[in-house]
Design a protein around this ligand. Structure first.
Ligand code: SF4
Ligand code: SF4
Length: 367
């Protein structure tokens, strides 16, 4: 049976202490006006009101991560972890993104041990979105601002307190162990307030768009002029991929100290928006311009990922819209895809062959 309890905001230190005693805890922190994910030790550090500007994937798939160290004759794996990972204040879109990344790194044919050791026994404490942003479109991606998929515990901000509800057995066990007999049960007024907050959040979201036809439409648009036009509005900076909670491509590099054989092998987030991403040793680049790269971003999220894992690799967080320096809006691209893909344009033989070849490559790039 799931528990619900009332956690006064002035008592958040108790929750944070219970978490840090058992977990390496990450949460949203304000750094120079941006809300980013950081390891936290006390409740004072948390910035729970603002939407996270960086993706939660960083807690499980760091931007830079050592795979091994070497000295020319031997190599050593990275040090083991000391505690499992917990993340506090995860919005529903980000919580769901972890389930999608787990399909890539944790549960498929090829499993990533570094992801698994952080993610498998983690604790995710979600925080419902009381005030969705204009750029949010989770409701168009079969989600909602209080969806509990991927969260072990869900918090709802009810003013001077959070209503905490367990969503999994793991979350239930944690709440029982952390609060024991000191549990403050929510009053009927608390439950009513939580209902109002959720209702208001749903009302404030723009009506859900129907993107169900996008995959089929994309199949007819491989060599469409649409991509030339879309690419005009993109700087190829890659910010959208680094900020996206579901993007997961990485590069592997050896960093050797000058004049020695000592160094470390690291993996680093990479992006298909970079011109170097697909540049081959021969100098040939199958995605030489922004047109091919932005097409790849859209195709991967809304077609290839569906082929590989049965779901769209977008959770509607809107971060790529909110933080793109060129105001690129993926929602508008999807609307155009729906319209132009249905306009009778047929994929030609060359386009189909190129798409199939690229699709094969993209399966490899999907990690
Ligand atoms: S869509 Fe925006 S954030 Fe993404 S690469 Fe283009 S300019 Fe950068
Ligand atoms: S594509 Fe954009 S809206 Fe979709 S999950 Fe990634 S950052 Fe969020």
């Amino acid at each position: 049976m799931s528990s619900s309890l009332r956690i006064a905001k002035q008592d958040m230190d108790q929750l944070v202490s219970a978490l840090t005693s058992r977990y390496r805890l990450f949460g949203p922190v304000d750094v120079d006006g941006a809300t980013v994910l950081r390891e936290v030790k006390s409740a004072d550090e948390l910035a729970l009101d603002a939407a996270l500007d960086g993706p939660v994937k960083a807690a499980f798939f760091p931007q830079t991560e050592m795979l091994l160290s070497y000295d020319g004759t031997t190599s050593e794996p990275p040090p083991g972890r000391d505690k499992p990972t917990a993340v506090l204040g995860v919005r529903p879109c980000d919580a769901r993104s972890l389930l999608l990344l787990d399909k890539v790194f944790g549960t498929g044919k090829y499993r990533d041990s570094l992801w698994q050791r952080r993610h498998d026994d983690s604790l995710i404490i979600g925080l419902g979105c009381g005030t969705p942003l204009e750029t949010c479109f989770c409701n168009s991606m079969n989600l909602g601002p209080f969806d509990s998929q991927g969260s072990d515990i869900m918090l709802t901000d009810i003013g001077d307190a959070f209503l905490a509800e367990s969503c999994t057995d793991k979350g239930e066990r944690f709440l029982k162990a952390a609060y024991k007999s000191q549990v403050q049960r929510p009053s009927q007024a608390d439950l009513d307030k939580a209902g109002q907050v959720r209702g208001k959040a749903l009302e404030s979201l723009a009506p859900a768009a129907d993107f169900s036809g996008v995959k089929a439409a994309l199949a007819t648009l491989w060599d469409s002029a649409l991509w030339d036009e879309v690419a005009l509005g993109c700087l190829s900076c890659g910010a959208c991929a680094y900020l996206c909670p579901t993007c997961h491509c990485f590069d592997v590099q050896d960093e050797t100290a000058p004049g020695t054989m000592q160094g470390r092998r690291v993996r680093i987030w990479d992006t298909c928006q970079s011109a170097l991403f697909t540049k081959e040793a021969s100098g040939h680049n199958p995605r030489p311009s922004a047109k091919e790269r932005i097409r790849q971003r859209v195709m991967h999220k809304f077609s290839y990922f569906v082929d590989n894992f049965g779901e769209t690799a977008c959770v509607g967080c809107g971060r790529c819209i909110r933080l793109c320096p060129a105001d690129f809006d993926v929602r508008l691209v999807l609307e155009r895809v729906k319209v132009e893909g249905k306009s009778g344009k047929q994929e030609n033989r060359q386009g189909r062959q190129e798409r199939q070849e690229a699709g094969t490559k993209d399966v490899r790039h999907a990690g």
